[in-house]
Structure formats: structure tokens, C-alpha cells
Ligand binder design. Structure first.
Ligand code: AMP
Length: 379
């Protein structure tokens, strides 16, 4: 058993975005100190942490100083160089392990890991050249999707391939040396399960969430998902099995496609996830507190959903006409909860915050967050 890290001690977090910020809020609430590592000064996590180190992720000297100042390290940003993780790991424990991070952040390794263990994934081919791409398109048929193996998120580095698409151009457009070509899944729904695993408690899953994307970016989540009991059960079991086969210590989001009652795993993220933000307001224990408990070796909390809930993302696009009308959104209904991440610079597509609501039904909760988001646009 690893050492238990008790309140009062310091948690280091690599990455300073909104996931780290909500983690830091959960950690400070329980009396922990938080030290964020991010290249940008006054980052969303740094604003609520006790300490902030501003250095590049490949700055080994800074990573060593950071590691010496904390009791355990977790992350919210996946693209931390392997060398930095190993520098840190020689000084303090890192959870989830660098192996988990390395597997989940690279689509080729992720898909190979899942398919070798018999988990359901879309048919895929690894693509390292235009010739690989031609062979892959021939094998999988069109439509299909070329995705970068690494550094891809929110649809970045994804190229839709249809009949007649110029494959030389598609390979260039991917913009990275290695990609994964996936067969197009004609899904009925997108769902996700967030699973937490700790040495003290084993695995615990959050209720299945149902996700709608716009332009490849998560737009709205409802929980619980509108799926059969069988699908909800199967989805939770799949997430637990993946977490166990990774020997996860922490939180893992498993994004899935639903085709009828059949589940296909799309992607893994070894950290809290946008589709679990509802848990911050709507569950007994949030995904952020669960991450804290797992990495500190504490028992996991109850993930029970208090009421049907919905979450709507607030992207930078909403700032195009000036500051959004916060009052109008909060006036729209007293059940609306506003979360803003403290980011400077509202670019289109950038996640700036989210709204959550709980109601009698998920449909009602969804209507509340959508109406509040519309109200933000009022002059
Ligand atoms: P990803 O970055 O892999 O999570 O993809 C972002 C979004 O693109 C997903 O949530 C889906 O809406 C869509 N997408 C990704 N892969 C596929 C696929 N193989 N078939 C159909 N849609 C996909």
C-alpha cells in the first residue's frame, strides 16, 4: 500500500487549466495545499492554488524543484513530456502512473491496448505515410476519420475522409507524423462513464452521462443518460474493466459510442473530464474530489447523483459581442449554477466556463441550461 496523504499536505498538479482549477477547489476545501505547474502566469489553476510554478513542461530543473515541494503529483494536462514525468517520479509518487498517461494520450497505444484486451473499439489502422492511408481507406471504406495519434483534442487534428477526398492533402492536413484512421461509427448516442479507482476502495463509477457535441467539441451533457438499464450497466462494467486493466490510481473518463445497445469505446482520458463537470454540483462527491481521494490513498466518496442534471459549455464565441450578460443568465432561473474558469482571452472554441442545473428530469435541466446560455447573449 502506498503512503496515505492526509489533509494539510501538498498536492502538485501538472497543468493549470479548468480541470486543475476545479481539482484545486476540491482539494483546498478538504484542507490540502495545492501547487500548480503551468507555463502561463495566473493560470486558472494558479488563481486558486497556494503556489504556482511558471515554467515550460520540459524544464527539468523547475520540475525537480516542484517535485521537492509537494507530497504527490497528479495532472490535468496530458502532454507533459515523459522525461519530466520521470524526473518527478524519482522524487514523489505520480498518479495516475506515467504508464497510464502514456497509453491514453497516444491514440495508437490506446487503441492497441484496448483491442488487445478485447475491448470494443471502431475498426482502425495506424497511418505513418500516405501509402498507409491509402491502404487503410481501402480496408475500412468511406467515410472514415483520420486522427493524429498525439496532441489531438476537441477535434483538432481530425480529417473527415469521404469518397473522392484527396488523401495526400488529408495526410498533410493531419499535421503529425503518426495518425490513426478509424471507421466512421453511425452512432445513436455518445455517452461517457467516469470511473475512479484507488488502492483503498477499488473502483467507483459516476452515473452514465449522455453527451452532445458541436463542431467536435462537447456542447451539452445530461445525467443520467437516457439509456436502458442494460446499457447503463454494460457501460459501467466496461469502464471498470478498463480502469482495472490499466491499474489506474485516479480518475478515468471513458467516452463511448452507442449503436443500438452496442457500446464502442472511442477515447480514454486519465483525469477528470468535461462530461463529468455536472458532478461538481450534482453528485455527493465530484469527479475532482474523487481524483483527490484516489491520489491521496483515501477511501473514494459516494458518486450518487442527487437529481437529474445538465451541463452546457460556455465557449469563447459567446464573448464575440462583448462580455456575456451574466445577470440575465442567473435571472433566468434560480437553479442555474455558473462556473467560470478565470481565463484571459476568449477565443472562439475555447472553453471559458459552463452552466449546470438540476431539475425534476434531465430534459427540464437541459432546457434550463440552454435558456440560461441564450440569455447570456442578451444586450
Ligand atoms: P474524439 O476527439 O476522438 O473524441 O472525437 C470528437 C468527436 O468526433 C466525437 O465525440 C464524435 O462526435 C466524433 N467522432 C470521433 N470519432 C468518430 C468515429 N470513428 N465515428 C463517428 N464519429 C466520430
Amino acid at each position: 500500500m502506498a503512503e496515505v496523504i492526509l489533509p494539510g499536505r501538498t498536492i502538485g498538479i501538472l497543468g493549470g487549466g479548468q480541470l486543475g482549477r476545479m481539482f484545486a477547489i476540491a482539494a483546498r476545501r478538504m484542507g490540502y495545499r495545492v501547487h500548480a505547474f503551468d507555463p502561463t502566469q495566473d493560470c486558472p489553476t494558479g488563481q486558486v492554488a497556494d503556489h504556482e510554478t511558471n515554467a515550460q513542461y520540459d524544464d527539468q530543473a523547475a520540475a525537480m524543484e516542484f517535485a521537492k515541494a509537494v507530497d504527490v503529483v497528479t495532472f490535468e494536462f496530458e502532454n507533459v513530456p515523459a522525461e519530466t514525468l520521470s524526473t518527478i517520479e524519482q522524487i514523489v509518487p505520480v498518479h495516475p502512473s506515467p504508464f497510464v498517461l502514456d497509453t491514453c494520450r497516444h491514440r495508437e497505444r490506446e487503441k492497441n491496448f484496448l483491442s488487445k484486451r478485447g475491448f470494443p473499439v471502431a475498426p482502425y489502422r495506424v497511418v505513418k505515410s500516405v501509402d498507409d492511408l491509402r491502404a487503410g481507406v481501402k480496408a475500412l471504406g468511406t467515410p472514415c476519420i483520420l486522427k493524429t495519434a498525439d496532441y489531438g483534442y476537441d477535434g483538432k487534428g481530425q480529417v473527415d475522409i469521404k469518397d473522392g477526398t484527396d488523401l495526400d492533402e488529408a495526410f498533410r492536413a493531419m499535421g503529425r507524423p503518426v495518425g490513426v484512421l478509424e471507421g466512421f461509427v453511425r452512432f445513436d448516442k455518445e455517452i461517457s462513464v467516469i470511473v475512479a479507482r484507488s488502492e483503498a476502495s477499488g473502483t467507483v463509477t459516476f452515473p452514465v452521462a449522455e453527451n452532445e457535441h458541436a463542431n467536435h467539441i462537447l456542447d451539452v451533457t445530461i445525467a443520467p443518460a437516457n439509456v436502458s438499464e442494460k446499457v447503463a450497466h454494460d457501460a459501467a462494467i466496461l469502464a471498470i474493466e478498463v480502469a482495472e486493466s490499466l491499474k489506474l490510481i485516479g480518475v478515468l473518463a471513458v467516452e463511448m459510442f452507442l449503436v443500438g445497445e452496442k457500446i464502442i469505446i472511442n477515447e480514454l482520458a486519465p483525469r477528470p473530464h468535461n462530461s463529468g463537470h455536472f458532478s461538481f454540483d450534482a453528485c455527493v462527491t465530484s469527479q475532482f474530489e474523487q481524483q483527490l481521494r484516489a491520489v491521496c490513498g483515501l477511501p473514494l466518496g459516494d458518486p450518487m447523483l442527487l437529481r437529474p442534471a445538465a451541463m452546457a459549455n460556455l465557449l469563447g464565441d459567446l464573448w464575440q459581442g462583448g462580455e456575456p450578460n451574466w445577470q440575465a443568465a442567473l435571472h433566468s432561473d434560480e437553479r442555474i449554477k455558473l462556473h467560470l474558469y478565470g481565463k484571459q482571452g476568449a477565443k472562439p472554441g475555447r472553453k471559458m466556463g459552463h452552466l449546470t442545473a438540476m431539475a425534476e428530469t434531465t430534459e427540464e435541466a437541459k432546457q434550463l441550461v440552454l435558456a440560461a446560455r441564450e440569455a447570456l447573449k442578451r444586450q
